[in-house]
Each structure stands twice: as C-alpha cells, then as structure tokens.
Ligand binder design. Structure first.
Ligand SMILES: Cc1ncc(COP(=O)(O)O)c(C=O)c1O
Length: 435
C-alpha cells in the first residue's frame, strides 16, 4: 500500500491549500515517544507545536495510556443525554476544584470551537430568559484578530480576516475591540450600553493571531468593565489552559474569574477530543424551570463527555500533581526566554513574542507568496523538528514535559532554519523564495 499516494488521492487536510500538497512530502507519522513524533521511515522529530498546541505530558505517557485502556475495559462510549458516568462526574468535580473561583458547573463538548460556541449560546439564552431589559442583551464583543474556532458562531466572534472574511454574510456580526486597549473596550461597552450579552477574549495571549501578548492588567480591566456594564466575560482558555502560560489557567495571572471559561486542547493531555465550558451558579440557575417553560439548554453532541476522553483528562490532571508539572515548567520557561534572545537578533526576525510556553517569532521582509513561515517549517523538518507557522510567524509551543536538552535542540533547529530561509532569500533584501 502506498500511503503517500492514498493520502493525495483520498484526503483533504485542514487549513491546507491542497494544490501543491503533492510536492510537500509531509511525514506520515506512525508512532511517538515522549516529545518526539516518528514517521513511517523511522525519522524522529521533536513535536515543537505539541501536535497543534495540545500535548502536555508527552506522547504515550504510561499513566494516560493505562487510564484509557482501563476505561476501554469498562465502556468506551455512553451518552450524557439522559445518562451519566463516573469519569464525567469525577472530571467535572476536579475541574471545578482547579478552576478560578465561582466556576461551579461543567458542560462538556468535544472541541475548542464547540466550547466557545456553547458559551456564546448560553450567554445569549440566559439574557433572553431574563426577559425585560436583559432581553436587549443580544450582542457580543470580541477582540480584533481573535480566534475562537471554526464553527459559524465561533467564527462570528473571530477577527482574523484570512480565516473568517469569506463567511461575512453568514455571521452574526460581533463588535470588535482593539486588543490590549481597555479604553477602547470601555468606549464600545458604553456606546452599546445594555446591549452586550458577553465579551469574549483569549486571556493574556491571542494565539492564532500570531501569539499577540496583551499588556499586564488588561484582563483585569476587561473583567471590571464587564462588571460595570453588566456583561458576562467569556475567557477562552482553549489555547492558554493547562499550564501553557506558566499557571494552570491564564486567568490566574490576573486573579480573574470569568463567567464562562472554555477549555479543550490540553484537557486530555493532547490525547482525545474533549472540551468543557465552565460557568457559574448564576448562569446555571437562569436555565432552571418547569419542563414546559422550555428554559432547557438545547445543545449536545454525540460524543459529549466521552468516557475515554474524560479518563484521559483525569489522568492528565493527576500528572500535574504527581510530576509537579507547573513547578518543573518554570525553569524551562526561563530557559526558553534565554534561548530566544539570540533568535531575536537573526536578520529577518522582526519580533519574538512570548508568554510562558507560547512563543511566536515574526519574520519580516517577505511577500505572502514567499511563504517564509512555511519554508522555515520545511527546513526545520529536515533538521528533525515539527513546527507550524501562522503566516510569517513561526510558532513554538512545545509539550510542557519537554526536557531542557530537547528545548535547546528545538530552539537551535528553529534558529538555524530561520537563518537558512533568510539567507536563501538574500539576507535582509526583500525575499525571493519559491512560493
Ligand atoms: C483560543 C482558541 N479557541 C478555540 C480554538 C478552537 O479549538 P478547536 O480547534 O479544538 O476547535 C482554538 C484552536 O486553536 C484556540 O486557539
């Protein structure tokens, strides 16, 4: 069987221009060991983006593997509609224990997009059910360049033109605030007084925008502006959650408790599709009523709260304690900062942005057709690391479990790859790479 030929014949890859895919020669990953992916020809690659920002404790961690196998011996899937099960219950309890104070209810789904979608729908329906002035709260405020997923609701609060522009006529038209600018948020909320159901933000770091880091205190300011204007705050911790920024949740850095918190990605350690939208008793109670009042939250997916995924998540959270993951991480964050200093000085690098273990290296001087970020990906792959760019921003997002040795190697490979691409483009001159 020719896997590469069958891939080209039968697959359509996400976020991928398929024209030209045939020449890419993408590795076919067969297995993994800790922080390395291994392809069918036995080549090893450091997983420099945590398999799309979700791997936490490394691949094939024995504790997570065993937890999933153990659950598989009981039941792999059973619905949460009308039934319940032990891993979903235990995980909900644990999530409430570790979440910022006030988040006391857990609603499961299966991706970051659905977690955001659910928060939006819950906020909207909550206000409708309040009636009176509350029913006027039908609008959402999001940040320019925001990314909350690819379903129509989450795209509606998105602000990345490249991803979202095409769907304009389908969307519900959110209000967009300037990221990091509390005065702009205040202006927007004041000029739409009583109309805003919720403000949705990626706390501290806008990942898909190219790792844009907000100024210190911004999240706290947004929280108090929401309180002052009576709007809910939705924190989308899909990318930032589970240690990415150095604390379990990004909100913790600023002592903020949102009204909704969306988690996914790292929740299962990067093993299985599971997401959760956490909210408060106030919101939960806003949905209570007699059956015939129809205040039910009419939303649920087939695999909502899948038991295997919940078992993986419980094991992932136990490992945070057993392996003192966050404590161990601090030294690696400091090392990453140090290793990136010389990277910022490479010609062709405009800026290095970082918060915790989320890092973006912005290249400058290239045209869109140069695909400089992509060229860096290909060069890094030849050297044994997997990274994936966002346009001309090279993203580094290693598993929290990466060793200091692997981290040094990863940053070294990325630095060499950037230097190669810049040199190939004629140094600091405008680049002329093949598209
Ligand atoms: C902040 C944020 N929200 C939502 C999503 C969407 O998550 P998913 O791809 O699991 O739908 C992402 C994915 O990168 C994200 O970074």
């Amino acid at each position: 069987m020719d896997l590469a030929a069958d891939d080209r014949r039968f697959l359509w890859h996400p976020f991928t221009q398929q024209q030209g895919w045939d020449e890419e020669d993408a590795p076919i990953i067969e297995r993994a060991e800790r922080c390395e992916l291994i392809d069918v020809s036995g080549r090893h690659y450091i997983d420099g983006v945590s398999s799309l920002w979700c791997n936490v404790h490394g691949h094939r961690h024995p504790a997570i593997d065993i937890a999933i196998r153990d659950q598989m011996d009981r039941v792999s899937h059973s619905t949460m509609l009308g039934l319940t099960h032990r891993p979903a219950i235990e995980l909900a309890k644990r999530l409430v224990e570790i979440a910022p104070p006030g988040l006391t209810r857990v609603f499961y789904s299966d991706s970051g997009s659905t977690a955001a979608e659910i928060a939006l729908k819950m906020a909207f329906q909550y206000w409708r059910q309040q009636g009176g002035d509350g029913a006027r709260r039908t609008r959402f405020v999001s940040l320019k360049n925001a990314y909350h997923g690819d379903t129509i609701g989450s795209v509606s609060v998105g602000g990345i033109d490249l991803f979202h522009g095409a769907y304009g006529p389908l969307l519900f038209g959110a209000l967009h605030a300037e990221p990091g600018d509390a005065a702009d948020m205040e202006r927007l909320l004041a000029s739409h007084s009583g109309e805003v159901a919720a403000v949705i933000v990626e706390p501290l770091v806008q990942g898909a925008a190219g790792i844009l880091v907000h100024p210190e205190g911004y999240l706290r300011d947004v929280r108090s502006l929401c309180d002052r204007h009576g709007a809910f705050l939705i924190c989308d911790e899909v990318a930032t959650g589970f240690g990415r920024t150095g604390r379990m949740f990004a909100c913790e850095h600023e002592g903020v408790s949102p009204d909704f918190m969306c988690v996914a990605k790292g929740l299962t350690g990067g093993y299985l599709a599971l997401a959760a939208t956490l909210t408060t008793e106030r919101v939960y109670e806003g949905f209570l009523g007699r059956h015939e009042e129809f205040r039910t939250f009419f939303h649920g997916h087939t695999y909502t709260g899948n038991p295997l995924a919940c078992a993986a998540a419980l094991a992932t959270l136990r490992l945070f304690e057993q392996e003192r993951t966050l404590e161990q991480l601090q030294e690696k964050i400091a090392l990453l900062a140090e290793l990136l200093e010389p990277v910022a000085a490479i010609p062709g690098v405009a800026e290095v942005r970082r918060r915790g273990f989320m890092c973006g290296i912005e290249l400058a001087g290239f045209s869109v057709a140069d695909r400089a970020g992509h060229q860096v990906t290909l060069a890094a792959r030849r050297r044994g690391a997997i990274v994936r760019p966002l346009g001309d921003v090279v993203v580094l997002m290693p598993p929290l479990a990466i060793t200091t040795r692997e981290l040094r190697r990863l940053v070294g490979i990325v630095a060499d790859s950037i230097a190669e691409v810049v040199a190939g483009a004629g140094g600091e001159e405008p680049a002329r790479l093949a598209a």
